[in-house]
Design a protein around this ligand. Sequence first.
Ligand code: T5A
Length: 199
Amino acid sequence: MFISFEGPEGAGKTTLIGALDERLRALGRATLVTREPGAAMGGQIRRLLLEGAGMDPKTELFLFLADRAEHAAKVLRPALAEGRVVLCDRHADSTVVYQGYGRGLDLDQLRRWNAFATAGLKPDLTVLLDLPPEIGLARLQSRDRLDREPLEFHRAVRRGFLEEARLEPDRWVVLDATLPKERVLECAWQPILDRLPRD
Ligand code: T5A
């Protein structure tokens, strides 16, 4: 089962994934915790994207897609073939939202590029941690290149995620990420249990 976690900066994805991973392993499930960008190519593409200087939106897009293509082929597909529950911190929806709603690139073209990069792999479930960008950004200890975008960019990102969730309600679960961590965990757990394949 392939579960992705999406949301604006500082939404609590890493925190939630860690807690869900513990619960799943306690049930005896084999898991894989991974993320985009960065789980492929020794993290070199992640460094270019997040630590580098500004770049053309198309350069940024193709770096995210290159990272995703490698991740899907070398990490995600093998883990899914072994029957693992894959918990992925950001995936293709981040490209549609950040590079589409945020940077203004064409949404349909982004969806096609995503399908090309992943060879059609899509999450079974996507958990959206929704919160106002002001709250998420205030939680961060340090800011990378994308975190430093203007507030209007982050507001467009939040609207984008909510719109994408509205378009595909069977795949997305939207959670209020302003709730305390324990409450967010409880809200995420049931939809995952409901969809978990039987052993
Ligand atoms: N991007 C990514 C694109 O533009 N296109 C793409 O295709 C892809 C894949 C990645 C950046 O790249 C962009 C999106 C991003 O800008 P990243 O470093 O991976 O950057 O950053 P994020 O994924 O945004 O992760 P963050 O580290 O910013 O946030 P998380 O993981 O959502 O949050 P987390 O768990 O680290 O929590 C942050 C802080 O909040 C606290 C935690 O303890 C921590 O201190 N916290 C809470 N506090 C109060 N209440 C709660 N419920 C809390 N949950 C966590």
